[in-house]
Design a protein around this ligand. Structure first.
Ligand code: TLP
Length: 344
């Protein structure tokens, strides 16, 4: 039985080209700044995102944490979406390590509204933690993998700037957002002070994320990365895969979006409630009704037939397309999920 793994795009395996680039990568000690492959990846990421400098980090979570620690001091406030990955899924790192207070705002539609950003920018007063930073996420994972439009993104970012905030973009899947809107990724990444992008999700590298920003910001971020134990040595071995992820894999994401659209259509036509998203990408979220199996039960049954997806809550589950699943896999997965729903 072949496995169709739709739990996440984090499950992607490195391509043959990545594996051979890794085997022959030129390396050096990156803590001394001497790994030529890491240095190249940092330069190319900075150029691709429209920033002065880049920093190779171990994961998206580390990239976001390093960014927050670099922008904020203890007791500062960071405006965060209530459904954002940083707030929900990163172990509270910003509070644990940085003493940063999350100023939580509604981001159900994928982006915090300008009015909501403004409402957290209160007058200087000893009672309030001052808002220093706005964090945005594009694509937005829990909001259905929505690609926030350049206009909505721009309006929120402009409001933050007017109010004197720094802006960090959790761009774990920002290339998916750019592909969905048919724009250069800089449309989103160059508008913010820092961006974290994952090489290890839809882009297929085995490990790693990039944090990009000004030279001064990245120099300070490098210090935080070291404090967090993220200074790696001959990291060129993994950066070599990251270079291919950045250059080649970012171009093919439209295919994953088409497969996700096909999967949504199959599940809808079989009567399932697929969440509507104004600009979908590679994620499909499904809500189950009161009767019938819950997400965990359905997931167990489908897994027994080789189809895996992510349980989000009792009645909500997520399927993510990526380059290790084909259109025919997606058709087969849709068929099995509908059969298991009917079998109940
Ligand atoms: N997201 C994972 C899980 O943690 C939920 C997934 O399977 O989608 N930002 C966003 C928007 C993310 O979706 C993720 C990973 C991260 C940051 C963290 O990246 P890693 O896993 O590299 O720390």
């Amino acid at each position: 039985m072949s496995l169709i793994d739709l739990r996440s795009d984090t499950v992607t395996k490195p391509t043959d080209e990545m594996r051979s680039a890794m085997a022959s990568a030129e390396v050096g000690d990156d803590v001394y700044g001497e790994d030529p492959t890491v240095n190249k990846l940092e330069r190319e990421s900075a150029a691709a995102t429209g920033h002065e400098a880049g920093l190779f980090v171990t994961s998206g979570t580390q990239g976001n944490l390093v960014a927050l620690l670099t922008h904020c001091s203890r007791g500062d406030g960071a405006i965060l979406g209530a459904d954002s990955h940083i707030y929900i899924y990163e172990g509270g790192g910003l509070s644990a390590m940085g003493g940063i207070l999350p100023l939580v705002a509604d981001d159900k539609k994928g982006i915090i509204s300008p009015a909501n950003v403004a409402s957290w920018c209160r007058p200087v007063n000893v009672h309030f933690a001052p808002a220093r930073l706005l964090c945005v996420e594009n694509t937005h994972n829990r909001a259905g993998g929505i690609a926030v439009s350049p206009e909505d993104f721009g309006a929120t970012v402009d409001c933050a700037r007017t109010n004197g905030l720094k802006i960090h973009l959790d761009g774990a899947r920002v290339f998916n957002a750019a592909a969905a809107w048919g724009v250069d990724v800089k449309k989103f990444t160059a508008a913010v002070d820092s961006v974290q992008l994952c090489l290890s999700k839809g882009l297929g590298a085995p490990v790693g994320s990039m944090l990009c920003g000004s030279s001064d910001f990245i120099a300070r971020a490098r210090h935080w990365r070291k404090r967090l134990g993220g200074g790696l040595r001959q990291a060129g071995v993994i950066a070599a895969a990251g270079l291919i992820a950045l250059k080649d894999m970012s171009r093919r994401l439209g295919e994953d979006h088409e497969n996700a659209a096909m999967l949504s259509a199959i599940l809808r036509s079989g009567g399932l409630t697929v969440e509507e998203v104004s600009k979908p990408t590679n994620m499909v979220y499904v809500q189950l009704g009161r009767s019938g199996p819950d997400s965990a039960e359905l997931s167990r049954r489908c897994a027994a037939r080789g189809v895996m997806f992510g349980v989000v809550s009792e009645r909500r589950f997520r399927l993510v397309t990526h380059f290790n699943v084909t259109a025919s896999d997606v058709g087969q997965a849709g068929k099995i999920i509908l059969e298991e729903m009917k079998a109940s």
